[in-house]
Ligand binder design. Sequence first.
Ligand SMILES: NC(=O)c1ccc[n+]([C@@H]2O[C@H](COP(=O)([O-])OP(=O)(O)OC[C@H]3O[C@@H](n4cnc5c(N)ncnc54)[C@H](O)[C@@H]3O)[C@@H](O)[C@H]2O)c1
Length: 106
Amino acid sequence: MIYTAKFWPGANAAVFGLGGIGLNVIQGARMMGADKIIGVDINPAKQAMARTFRMTHFINPNEIGADKVVQAITDLTGGGADFSFDRTGNVMVTRQALECCHRGRG
Ligand SMILES: NC(=O)c1ccc[n+]([C@@H]2O[C@H](COP(=O)([O-])OP(=O)(O)OC[C@H]3O[C@@H](n4cnc5c(N)ncnc54)[C@H](O)[C@@H]3O)[C@@H](O)[C@H]2O)c1
Protein backbone atom coordinates (compact mmCIF):
# COMPACT_ATOMS: atom_id res chain seq x y z
CA MET A 1 0.00 0.00 0.00
CA ILE A 2 2.75 2.44 0.93
CA TYR A 3 5.65 1.36 -1.31
CA THR A 4 4.02 -0.41 -4.26
CA ALA A 5 0.65 1.32 -4.65
CA LYS A 6 1.99 4.69 -3.42
CA PHE A 7 -1.40 5.42 -1.92
CA TRP A 8 -1.81 9.06 -0.86
CA PRO A 9 -3.78 10.58 2.05
CA GLY A 10 -7.32 11.48 1.02
CA ALA A 11 -7.44 8.97 -1.85
CA ASN A 12 -10.53 6.83 -2.46
CA ALA A 13 -10.18 3.04 -2.62
CA ALA A 14 -12.39 0.27 -3.97
CA VAL A 15 -11.68 -3.15 -2.45
CA PHE A 16 -13.22 -6.19 -4.15
CA GLY A 17 -13.42 -9.20 -1.84
CA LEU A 18 -13.58 -8.78 1.92
CA GLY A 19 -11.77 -11.93 3.01
CA GLY A 20 -8.56 -11.86 5.02
CA ILE A 21 -6.61 -10.23 2.20
CA GLY A 22 -9.26 -7.58 1.49
CA LEU A 23 -9.42 -6.68 5.19
CA ASN A 24 -5.67 -6.10 5.16
CA VAL A 25 -6.06 -3.78 2.19
CA ILE A 26 -8.75 -1.81 4.05
CA GLN A 27 -6.47 -1.57 7.05
CA GLY A 28 -3.61 -0.28 4.88
CA ALA A 29 -5.85 2.27 3.16
CA ARG A 30 -7.03 3.54 6.54
CA MET A 31 -3.44 3.76 7.82
CA MET A 32 -2.59 5.87 4.77
CA GLY A 33 -5.45 8.29 5.50
CA ALA A 34 -7.94 7.16 2.86
CA ASP A 35 -11.12 9.15 2.35
CA LYS A 36 -13.69 6.64 1.05
CA ILE A 37 -13.03 2.92 1.32
CA ILE A 38 -15.66 1.07 -0.69
CA GLY A 39 -15.89 -2.66 -0.08
CA VAL A 40 -17.49 -4.98 -2.66
CA ASP A 41 -18.51 -8.53 -1.78
CA ILE A 42 -21.21 -10.98 -2.82
CA ASN A 43 -21.46 -12.19 0.79
CA PRO A 44 -23.39 -9.67 2.92
CA ALA A 45 -22.05 -11.25 6.10
CA LYS A 46 -18.63 -9.76 5.26
CA GLN A 47 -19.86 -6.20 5.74
CA ALA A 48 -19.83 -6.04 9.57
CA MET A 49 -16.22 -7.13 10.01
CA ALA A 50 -15.05 -4.83 7.20
CA ARG A 51 -16.73 -1.87 8.89
CA THR A 52 -14.73 -2.53 12.07
CA PHE A 53 -11.63 -2.09 9.85
CA ARG A 54 -13.10 1.31 8.82
CA MET A 55 -14.63 0.45 5.42
CA THR A 56 -16.93 3.42 4.73
CA HIS A 57 -19.27 2.02 2.04
CA PHE A 58 -20.44 -1.46 1.05
CA ILE A 59 -21.70 -2.74 -2.29
CA ASN A 60 -23.18 -6.20 -2.80
CA PRO A 61 -23.14 -7.10 -6.54
CA ASN A 62 -25.91 -9.63 -5.93
CA GLU A 63 -28.21 -6.86 -4.67
CA ILE A 64 -27.57 -4.13 -7.24
CA GLY A 65 -26.50 -6.33 -10.18
CA ALA A 66 -22.89 -7.08 -11.13
CA ASP A 67 -23.22 -4.79 -14.17
CA LYS A 68 -24.02 -1.83 -11.89
CA VAL A 69 -20.98 -2.10 -9.62
CA VAL A 70 -18.67 0.07 -11.73
CA GLN A 71 -21.26 2.84 -12.02
CA ALA A 72 -22.01 2.71 -8.29
CA ILE A 73 -18.33 3.20 -7.44
CA THR A 74 -17.97 5.93 -10.05
CA ASP A 75 -20.95 7.76 -8.54
CA LEU A 76 -19.75 7.37 -4.94
CA THR A 77 -16.30 8.72 -5.78
CA GLY A 78 -17.34 11.48 -8.17
CA GLY A 79 -15.66 10.00 -11.24
CA GLY A 80 -13.93 6.81 -10.15
CA ALA A 81 -11.73 5.39 -7.42
CA ASP A 82 -8.12 6.50 -7.17
CA PHE A 83 -7.11 2.92 -6.38
CA SER A 84 -8.89 -0.41 -6.76
CA PHE A 85 -7.82 -3.78 -5.42
CA ASP A 86 -9.15 -7.15 -6.60
CA ARG A 87 -8.89 -9.59 -3.70
CA THR A 88 -11.47 -12.13 -4.88
CA GLY A 89 -9.54 -14.48 -7.13
CA ASN A 90 -12.29 -14.00 -9.74
CA VAL A 91 -11.09 -12.93 -13.21
CA MET A 92 -14.38 -11.19 -14.05
CA VAL A 93 -13.89 -8.97 -11.00
CA THR A 94 -10.47 -7.87 -12.26
CA ARG A 95 -12.20 -6.15 -15.16
CA GLN A 96 -14.62 -4.33 -12.83
CA ALA A 97 -11.68 -3.24 -10.68
CA LEU A 98 -10.01 -1.67 -13.72
CA GLU A 99 -13.16 -0.02 -15.02
CA CYS A 100 -14.13 1.61 -11.70
CA CYS A 101 -10.90 3.60 -11.51
CA HIS A 102 -10.83 7.31 -12.23
CA ARG A 103 -9.92 8.06 -15.83
CA GLY A 104 -6.54 9.76 -15.82
CA ARG A 105 -5.38 9.25 -12.27
CA GLY A 106 -6.89 5.96 -11.06
N1 LIG B 1 -5.04 -15.77 2.27
C1 LIG B 1 -3.79 -15.85 1.80
O1 LIG B 1 -2.82 -16.04 2.56
C2 LIG B 1 -3.51 -15.65 0.33
C3 LIG B 1 -2.19 -15.61 -0.11
C4 LIG B 1 -1.95 -15.39 -1.47
C5 LIG B 1 -3.00 -15.23 -2.35
N2 LIG B 1 -4.28 -15.29 -1.90
C6 LIG B 1 -5.36 -15.10 -2.86
O2 LIG B 1 -5.97 -13.83 -2.58
C7 LIG B 1 -7.37 -13.93 -2.84
C8 LIG B 1 -8.14 -13.56 -1.58
O3 LIG B 1 -7.71 -14.37 -0.50
P1 LIG B 1 -8.59 -14.46 0.84
O4 LIG B 1 -7.86 -15.37 1.75
O5 LIG B 1 -8.94 -13.09 1.32
O6 LIG B 1 -9.89 -15.23 0.26
P2 LIG B 1 -11.37 -15.35 0.86
O7 LIG B 1 -11.99 -16.49 0.15
O8 LIG B 1 -11.35 -15.33 2.35
O9 LIG B 1 -12.08 -13.98 0.40
C9 LIG B 1 -12.50 -13.77 -0.91
C10 LIG B 1 -13.74 -12.89 -0.84
O10 LIG B 1 -14.13 -12.57 -2.17
C11 LIG B 1 -15.54 -12.58 -2.22
N3 LIG B 1 -15.96 -12.75 -3.62
C12 LIG B 1 -15.92 -13.88 -4.38
N4 LIG B 1 -16.39 -13.64 -5.62
C13 LIG B 1 -16.73 -12.31 -5.63
C14 LIG B 1 -17.28 -11.47 -6.63
N5 LIG B 1 -17.58 -11.91 -7.85
N6 LIG B 1 -17.49 -10.16 -6.31
C15 LIG B 1 -17.19 -9.69 -5.07
N7 LIG B 1 -16.68 -10.46 -4.08
C16 LIG B 1 -16.45 -11.76 -4.37
C17 LIG B 1 -15.95 -13.74 -1.31
O11 LIG B 1 -17.29 -13.63 -0.86
C18 LIG B 1 -14.93 -13.57 -0.16
O12 LIG B 1 -15.43 -12.75 0.88
C19 LIG B 1 -7.63 -15.37 -3.31
O13 LIG B 1 -7.58 -15.41 -4.72
C20 LIG B 1 -6.45 -16.13 -2.74
O14 LIG B 1 -6.15 -17.28 -3.49
C21 LIG B 1 -4.55 -15.48 -0.57
